[in-house]
Write a protein that binds this ligand. Structure first.
Ligand code: 2HA
Ligand code: ZN
Length: 294
């Protein structure tokens, strides 16, 4: 075989080796999760966003990682205040700004993007997606700051998820927005709550979204909590997998739903604090003892 044929053959083999990105498990997971969240009514219009830290080797099965489609700005990001260097080179799949969760499943290549944090942490390289010229979610600063905060505590953390779950939001208007009190009420609403989120729920006051400030404040809370309520806006969740993260938000939302269905009625029965202790001990979870009235 001549040199030219050899190069052509190698090129073809490389092209053949790349698998169809739309079939990649991480793309499928994003599609299914966005659809579920939409169907549950948590993510109206362009509400909500997800970012998922990917394994470079796995992504390389689907994409040529030397091909950068575009470089993108850090949305709403004040670079002087924030340094993404600790996550330089890391690859994430992220929902797009202004995109509707409703549409992700039908057109992942327009509604999602696969990005890499550029050298020095000073920019974003687009490797796939945002086909219509789109960009990352406006909440990217908050997401990346949360990833950094969670990775420092749990090196296996992969997912940051933001959503507007209906009952959680409704509860924000009628319940005190105090971390201890809110967590305690949620724990009382479903037996398994204390086992699912023994670390409790952090709470931020109402703030302007999309800013560095809310990103910094959320990441600060994420040093302590995997769930952070943005008062009268929604919730942030963090986890090792898409299921774990979704499940955290889903469990808070279920508890909030029970609360909203019963808050106006006389409460005759409740799960007592000593019962919660028994449960947490049975499941062997490290829980916020200071959030109980023992
Ligand atoms: O991405 O939910 O908080 C839309 C939002 C902003
Ligand atoms: Zn939001």
């Amino acid at each position: 075989m001549g040199l030219i044929e050899g190069i052509k053959k190698a090129g073809k083999e490389l092209a053949r080796e790349l698998k169809d990105i739309k079939q990649a498990p991480f793309v499928q997971e994003m599609c299914k999760t966005a659809s579920n969240m939409y169907r549950l009514g948590w993510d109206e219009r362009n509400g909500g966003n997800i970012s998922y830290l990917l394994d470079e080797k796995e992504v390389a099965e689907y994409l040529d990682l030397t091909k950068v489609l575009r470089t993108l700005p850090f949305m709403g990001w004040n670079e002087t205040e924030f340094d993404a260097k600790p996550i330089e080179g890391k690859i994430f799949i992220v929902t797009g700004t202004g995109k509707y969760f409703k549409n992700v499943q039908d057109d992942p290549e327009t509604n999602l993007g696969i990005i890499r944090i550029a050298k020095g942490g000073k920019g974003i390289e687009l490797l796939w997606g945002y086909k219509d010229g789109g960009r990352t979610t406006s909440e990217l600063p908050a997401h990346l700051m949360c990833h950094m905060a969670r990775l420092a505590i749990d090196p296996e953390n992969r997912v940051i998820m933001h959503s507007h779950p209906t009952y959680t939001l409704a509860m924000n208007y009628v319940h005190e927005l105090d971390e201890m009190k809110l967590t305690h009420t949620l724990w009382e609403m479903c037996t398994e709550c204390i086992a699912v989120f023994p670390d409790g729920v952090g709470v931020l006051p109402w703030m302007v979204c999309g800013t560095n400030e809310i990103g910094i404040a959320t990441a600060e809370k994420m040093k302590e909590f995997r769930l952070v309520v943005w008062s009268m806006h929604g919730i942030y969740g963090a986890g090792k997998t898409m299921d774990e993260t979704f499940g955290l938000i889903e469990t808070v939302e279920k508890a909030a739903q029970i609360y909203m269905l019963t808050a106006h009625l006389p409460r005759i029965n409740t799960i007592k604090d000593e019962d919660m202790v028994k449960l947490a001990e049975y499941f062997g979870v490290k829980y916020r003892k200071d959030f109980l009235n023992l």
